[in-house]
Design a binder for this molecule. Sequence first.
Ligand code: ADP
Ligand code: MG
Length: 708
Amino acid sequence: MSSYGATCEKKQSVTDIYGSLVFNDKVMRERLPKDIYKAVHKTIMNGTHLELDVANSVAAAMKEWAVELGATHFTHWFQPMTGLTAEKHDSFLSPEPDGTVIMEFSGKELVKGEPDASSFPSGGLRATFEARGYTAWDPSSPAFIKDGTLYIPTAFISYGGEALDKKTPLLRSMEALNVQAVKVLHLLGDTDVSHVTTTVGSEQEYFLIDKSMYMKRKDLLFCGRTLLGAAAPKGQEMEDHYFGVLKPKVSAFMHDLDEELWKLGIPAKTKHNEVAPSQHELAPVFETANVAVDHNQLTMEVMKKVADKHGFACLLHEKPFEGINGSGKHNNWSIGTDTGINLLDPGKKPAENVRFLVFLMAVITAVDDYADVLRLSVATAGNDHRLGANEAPPAIISIFVGDELAAVLDSIEKGTAFEGTGKINMSGAEVLPHITKDTTDRNRTSPFAFTGNKFEFRMPGSAVSVANANIVLNTAVAQALADIYEELKDVPAEELSGAIQKLLKSRLEAHKRVLFNGNGYTDEWVEEAARRGLDNLKSLPDAMPRWITDKSVKLFTTHKVLTKEEIFSRYEILLENYTKAVHIEALTLQEMVRKDFTSGLLAYMKDLTEEAAGKKALLSAEACVMEEGILTKLSADAKEIAGKLEQLAADTKQAEQKTDVLEGAKYYESVVLKDMEELRKFVDDAEELIPDQYLPYPTYGAMLFALR
Ligand code: ADP
Ligand code: MG
């Protein structure tokens, strides 16, 4: 356990701990011959091919370093379409003829692995190609040591070269954005830029509950969320948890968590209590997108492990508790150049303002044009419970830019000079006001908010990889930039400024419908959005057909982010994952109600009946009005529960028969989930009357308020 409170204990400093288990640039510089280091560095920065002798040299250094730190195994670590990470461990051991062993690790083993791909979701790709899959080293995400094993981040592809994972398309999308952004930058005069990278910082929300309580809830164990449970008398209405004082046990957990993450080179920075009771958040410093995605996957894993050590269960589900805020993962996103410019930071000079506005407009265009696929990038069975409920951003995609920037955009549209705290004049004389975070980050209801020098995409769910969101964002923005380049590339230099102004104006006219600075949680916005023609795709099955439209296929294939086969395979996988998740929930709820809840209900009813009979015999009929009152209510609930349970069972059976993936998912959404809600209503109603000790699982009140 951690040393909470033991402030005088001498501890290793953060700078000693940080990255101590990572084969990072510093370690490489120290341990690799100069020419090898240079070659690897070039590969990391520009994605150039790595020769086998270089790989051999890196592998040897890596192994030596890992063995010194106690590692005995290595693993190619990858992110299949399950949304989780996968690993298969091989030891470095190589037996010698004399009965001894040596520790070996070759360049070939570093660069490529061959896990059996047949048990990972492939969405039909496996039928056309062999079961074999390959893992390929991603040198741009550093290797690290965890639990005595050297972890090598890899991409996972099929025998035919199709992506079977999330990293491959993410890397491709980063490259697509790089290519298009550099072209536009050169056009705007930033000819010294040779590379552009996507940066991501993903804030992670989670719940902590007592582990022994968690173990008693089958719904949490099997599904990650509670499927029944009456609301506690107290919820989050007192607003006393957000940023509140950390409870000692929680603080000890966070302390250990930070340390474990820092060792892995994960820049965990902020930690605080969130809005809901027992809900917390961790935010890291931003990193290159693919490293940030890897690190977020690791963060989730480490959170669970450290929680377990502290006697907690860490809940990452998007909606663990009904009626209580769910958890998301804010995806802070920007693009930066190798010359150190954040392209979404309004600069201090007129030319910088122009560049900022061009990139800003590319993002606005992309988000409006591809709102449906962006919505899909965060669609999961879990997140469906969050989006559109009165707490998370709605399922409608809109952009918040803040009043100041809205005024700037307004002046561009009208062709007037901006008169605000500063002035903008596109011919170059005056400067945009520095748009500070303070003036922009007020709206927490927007799904996609400009926060001063980056966008914050607030729709991703807490449980899933943010790879998908960034794949879509990168690719859509790459397309918007490609169009801008096409429009401007043949314009003579002296006319460029005017042409840009015209372009900004026309883009704004076309896409201003997606801009919305108001409260996204209101019904008025839902109506207004409909009038503007914005989509409101409420569930995954609703949204899924948009993934395979011609427009979507064209986007991903044009930029070589996904092939048509990969797009269709992902369609199948997402629908299958959805269906499986709801199916497991339906079975779990049935089991909990049939066995656990019913035993509690009947036991209490039996005791009440005996109590009433006893009183009646001893005293009078009036003496047992209370028992009879409760019994009457419970009997009414019991009758409904029995009926609803059978309905759910029958409809679940029906759902299993569906052969078409989309039709199946739709059935689960519109019928099975509704049955579950119906059943739950009566179970929760009855639970309010049943004393805690009759139920074999803990109540909402116990789970949410018991931690000290
Ligand atoms: P909040 O009020 O949401 O906590 P912060 O300014 O603390 O806002 O930043 C939230 C997240 O945004 C952090 O993870 C931070 O590292 C990340 N972030 C900041 N700048 C960038 C950037 N240029 N690109 C991507 N993420 C960024
Ligand atoms: Mg945030």
